[in-house]
Design a protein around this ligand. Structure first.
Ligand code: B12
Length: 472
């Protein structure tokens, strides 16, 4: 059967990201014997025209739309991507009578509401590899797919959301071989780095996070050998050398991260890993040493806070001492770090905010940058959503399809914003999420990329801040 897959994501902040999830689905459908094409709308100005042309040329019997983002999680410059995704599906409907299935992380976060809002025939929640193949088979055989695991459908009794159908281990998946489906080089013209996934699942308990809802709590791994082979093929086939692991956290569990690094080192792969997520839980000097030897050039450390009170309330499972230790170890290893902070959660006060700022100023290395988000996006079916409902900030999980933000009652929002601005004037290594929405940034990234400057480009945040101060 002919299946057209469409990547609806057009977001360019912080940079355009390759549709890895949709490419996994494309590989699985093809392996199941279907004829598959992928239309990437990321750089497409006139989506209706592109969709119409693709449908007329290919005449698909089923269309699958990948929806990555619901919103940009930014309190000050909110962007809601749901209307955009809805428009794409309407444009597909205008071009073809083929049924439409949707999937992607946005759908997994809130399956029922996204399904209803977008107006697709079916949705897939969680991993797409198995569910999309079974759904396509049912469509081909003109069977009702509503009983298939991972499928969301509409029936006489309303919307039915079936439990996810997760792949047992990543080794069983065909690698997403993205150069076959999209043009990776277009992405590389921005800060684009090639995404790799070495595992799915997250065992952590952070109260605001969606990862366990999307990927589950238990780890499903790809072995070091399989990962290394995948990287070698990417380098050979697409010429890309800048990578980032999109695992929820790269270093948990540490034994797996070490296996990945050891295999990369043993096979002599020459690549740059520029943006993998590091959680301060149990970061060892041994792991960082291996990461450097494997080609890791920089890290993204999701500390979220440097106040013991807030870290405890967010159930991060580490302490400020651990965060300080990571700062020491990464500096010693020569690994530049982008520190991620999430300010305003339960129990946050002006004092705890100042503790985090003190950490940034005194403990992060001169080459490091800190990225700060004010206000915590309340995601449905998380512990934070429960707290917000209890405190009367939101009425139900369902309304959280529209972005709502948690701000501790002990914080004055104006004070918080002014404080962040004042501190980033003193310390230009800080950037707030609202500042990162500046329209000049995508252009700056393109220029740096054209000049062949080494990634990560966030190391130019201090220069950007100084330049902005001159012009404003
Ligand atoms: C790594 C990551 C990043 C990296 C990306 C690096 C890179 N080079 O790709 C960075 C830090 C840059 C980033 C940025 C952003 N991110 Co992000 N990111 C993630 C993370 C951790 C993993 C995404 C990923 O690649 N997964 C791996 C793939 C294989 O999984 P998948 O996409 O879900 O695909 C599977 C299924 O969904 C399904 N599927 C996918 N498509 C389709 C289509 C069909 C038809 C079907 C049937 C199935 C299907 O099958 C796939 C295979 O099983 C997720 C959280 C998570 N654990 O999912 C957040 C997440 C996707 N990000 C999110 C957001 C909001 C953003 C930003 C908007 C925020 C920001 N301002 O920084 C930007 C947007 C960037 C952009 N241009 O679009 C949200 C999206 C939800 C929401 N609120 O809208 C998530 C879910 C995190 C969260 N806050 O809950 N992100």
């Amino acid at each position: 059967m002919k299946i057209l897959l469409v990547s609806a994501n057009q977001e360019k902040v912080p940079y355009p990201v390759l549709p890895i999830g949709l490419c996994y689905v494309a590989e699985s459908l093809e392996k199941a014997g279907h004829q598959v094409r992928l239309l990437d709308l990321c750089f497409e100005r006139r989506t209706a025209r592109a969709l119409d042309r693709a449908v007329k040329e290919f005449e698909p019997a089923l269309v699958g739309v990948g929806i990555r983002n619901m919103d940009n999680c930014d309190y000050y410059y909110p962007k809601n991507f749901v209307p955009e995704a809805k428009r794409v599906v309407a444009e597909i409907r205008a071009a073809t009578k083929a049924p439409v299935m949707i999937g992607g992380s946005a759908v997994s976060v809130l399956p029922r509401e996204m399904y209803e809002a977008i107006g697709a025939d079916w949705a897939v929640v969680g991993d797409g590899e198995l569910a999309a193949v079974e759904l396509a088979k049912a469509v081909e055989e003109k069977r009702d797919p509503s009983g298939i695991a991972g499928v969301v459908s509409r029936g006489a009794e309303g919307v039915r959301v079936n439990p996810q159908n997760r792949v047992p281990a990543l080794d069983v998946n065909t690698p997403p071989r993205m150069w076959r489906w999209v043009d990776p080089q277009r992405y590389m013209k921005f800060e684009g780095v090639y995404p790799l996934q070495s595992k799915r699942g997250c065992s952590l308990k952070c109260i605001y996070c969606t990862y366990t809802n999307i990927e589950g709590k238990s780890f499903r791994m790809k072995s070091g050998e399989e990962m290394a082979k995948e990287i070698e093929e990417i380098i050979e086939r697409s010429g890309v050398r800048d990578f980032e692991f999109v695992d929820s956290t790269f270093n948990v569990p540490e034994s797996h991260a070490i296996d990945i690094c050891d295999t990369i080192i043993r096979r002599g792969i020459r690549a740059n890993f520029v943006g993998s997520g590091l959680n301060p839980i149990g970061v060892s000097e041994r792991l960082l040493g291996k990461m450097v030897d494997a080609g890791f050039r920089s890290l993204i450390c999701t500390a979220e806070s440097a106040s013991d009170t807030v870290i405890r309330n967010l159930r991060k499972g580490f302490t400020r001492a651990d965060v300080e230790n990571v700062a020491r170890l990464t500096a010693r290893a020569g690994l530049r770090t982008l520190w991620i902070f999430l300010v305003g959660g339960p129990g946050e006060t002006p004092e705890t905010v100042l503790e985090t700022l003190d950490f940034i100023h005194r403990h992060t290395a001169p080459g490091d940058v800190s990225y700060i988000t004010n206000g915590v996006r309340i995601y449905p079916y998380t512990a934070l959503a429960g707290i917000a409902i209890q405190e009367g900030l939101v009425r139900s999980q369902e309304e959280l399809i529209d972005p709502k933000f948690y701000f501790s009652k002990a914080l004055d929002r104006k004070w918080l914003r002014d404080t962040m601005i004042r501190h980033s004037r003193q310390d230009p290594r800080m950037i707030t999420s609202e500042r990162s929405q500046h329209p000049v940034i995508p252009w700056g990234l393109r220029v740096l990329s054209m000049l062949g400057v080494q990634k990560p480009f966030w190391r130019f945040v201090p220069a950007f801040n100084r330049m902005m101060r001159l012009v404003s």
